[in-house]
Design a protein. Structure first.
Length: 114
């Protein structure tokens, strides 16, 4: 039984499609985009997504917050409290409406999201 060229090409195409899906899923979890130097309440994403990692680059004097919201004027659905200490924080939480980050007093952050 011999394998046709068409069968071989289909198998290769399926393998490439599978690898691409794995890569896309990795980016969704790890954050495909980032926004740096956030020091005021900021709408990061206006639709559902995922907060991956936050880097606190300047600690500030008060903890900040992450909200599942599509507006900086709607800060009712807090999903995470950002510590006021320098370092990386893995959050890995999905959002339904959007992502709003509200740094604490004098806090500066970088966020990775998708």
């Amino acid at each position: 039984m011999s394998t046709s060229l068409s069968d071989i090409l289909t198998a290769i195409k399926n393998a490439v499609t599978g690898v691409n899906a794995i890569a896309q899923n990795y980016l969704v979890v790890q954050g495909a985009s980032s926004l740096a130097a956030i020091s005021t309440t900021t709408l990061v994403k206006s639709s559902g997504g995922r907060v991956a990692v936050i880097s606190v680059t300047v600690a500030g004097s008060v903890a900040g917050s992450v909200y599942d919201s599509n507006s900086v004027s709607n800060l009712t659905n807090k999903i995470y409290v950002i510590p006021n200490s320098v370092g990386l924080v893995t959050i890995n939480l999905p959002t339904n409406y959007g992502i709003v980050v509200a740094p604490g007093t004098s806090q500066v952050l970088t966020i990775s999201y998708s």
